[in-house]
Design a protein around this ligand. Structure first.
Ligand code: NAP
Length: 361
């Protein structure tokens, strides 16, 4: 039985604790830590956890905890992860992994020193549709991808109280880029490889956002040329916290020379609109203008290795597998340094109104 501890029992901790309950035949939550005792009591009761406290040491120093989930505000990720790794625990840390790539590097070094797993909660890599798209791209079924766009949209005014820590750069590390767009940017790296150049604009429109917490970001990323994508894929990024009546929506479009995949927000906003694909071989040949439409079909899920279909549960199952076998996680800390560097490059490009080159990995 893999014994879990969790630090930070706020909103998203509920998803992790539910995942652990779903995997009750493999794991058990044995210790919890957070700042508010009231919330701790509730979570402890819901999850039949008897050991909990406001000191993270309750989890980190517990001899019977094998792995620690860190689900706290972003600025505390690095310190808590490094402490847990030094205490011999495996770590699953929420996104963004840290608030700078320098912190991320220190976390990776701590994991290497300790010989423990460091995984980042980029849960969208464990979504069956996103895995299906990766398989499609890797199999060359969209041909050479040349361009695309991602959207990360949310209505912050409706859900972020004025004093929420996400409005404070010292706690959140940045704005919508670090909190929401990080998901799609990480997926792009997984699907397309490493970014090479970035141009960007960003703005702080909502005056209730703190200094340095931009709620609108527009960027263009050129991915490095590769054998598969010789011309270097160009991607447009649109991230806004000012999306009226859109609680949360992440969409995407990728254009290859043999296919096109898209997931656009419909009239009914959902978190992930279903991916639709049209590609050579499957799409009926277009003989006239009207018949060019209707060539799209739903991309079937790829459930391989994602047994439950709930991305947070399948992510936790993968974490436990990696801890038990010593294999590198799909969303390892080492891999995630590239995502942190991309976030930094977009911010630097926006701040200096210039083209930013990323180092070759
Ligand atoms: N993967 C996803 O899709 C997803 C979705 C949502 C959030 N997240 C990520 O999950 C993390 C937590 O977000 P959330 O929405 O759950 O935030 P939240 O609701 O504000 O919860 C944060 C929790 O951390 C506690 N806390 C704050 N500082 C702490 C510290 N230094 N040590 C121990 N506990 C501390 C807070 O305690 P008090 O309440 O007592 O202050 C609270 O329980 C963030 O990294 C966020 O980006 C990921």
């Amino acid at each position: 039985m893999f014994r879990l501890g969790l630090i930070g029992t706020g909103g998203f901790a509920g998803a992790h604790l539910r995942a652990a309950r779903t995997l009750a035949d493999r794991t058990k939550t044995v210790a919890l830590a957070s700042r508010s005792l009231e919330r701790l009591h509730k979570r402890a009761e819901q999850n039949a956890v008897t050991r909990f406290g406001t000191d993270p040491g309750v989890v980190i120093d517990a001899p019977d905890v094998d792995g620690v989930i860190i689900c706290t505000p972003h600025q505390s990720h690095a310190e808590l992860a490094i402490r847990a790794l030094a205490a011999g625990k495996h770590v699953l840390v929420e996104k963004p992994m840290a608030i700078s790539s320098a912190e991320g590097e220190a976390m990776v070094a701590a994991a290497t020193r300790a010989g423990r797993v460091l995984m980042v909660g980029q849960c969208e890599r464990y979504h069956r549709q996103h895995q299906a798209l990766k398989r499609l791209i890797d199999a060359g079924e969209l041909g050479e991808i040349r361009s695309g766009r991602i959207d990360a949209l949310q209505n912050a005014a409706a859900f972020l109280p004025k004093d929420h820590w996400l409005r404070d750069r010292s706690a959140a590390g940045g704005g919508i880029l670090w909190t929401v767009a990080v998901h799609r940017l990480d997926l792009l790296r997984w699907w397309l490889g490493e970014p090479a150049q970035v141009m960007a604009f960003s703005r702080r429109i909502d005056p209730a956002m703190g200094e340095g917490v931009d709620d609108l970001v527009l960027a263009t990323i050129r991915f490095a040329s590769s054998n598969r994508f010789a011309s270097g894929v160009l991607i447009e990024v649109f991230a806004s916290w000012g999306a009226w009546r859109l609680p949360y929506s992440e969409s995407l479009m990728l254009l290859g020379d043999r296919g096109l995949v898209h997931a656009l927000p419909g009239a009914t906003a959902v978190q992930f609109p279903r991916l639709q694909v049209a590609r050579a071989g499957l799409t009926p040949p277009a003989t006239d203008f009207p018949s060019q439409f209707g060539g799209f079909s739903d991309l079937p899920d790829d459930p391989t290795g994602l047994p439950t279909g709930d991305m947070v549960t399948d992510q936790l199952a993968h974490f436990i597998d990696c801890c038990l076998t010593g294999s590198e996680p799909r969303s390892s800390g080492r891999d995630n340094l590239g995502t942190l560097r991309l976030l930094e490059a977009i911010e630097a490009a926006a701040a200096g109104s210039r083209l930013v080159e990323l180092p070759r990995p």
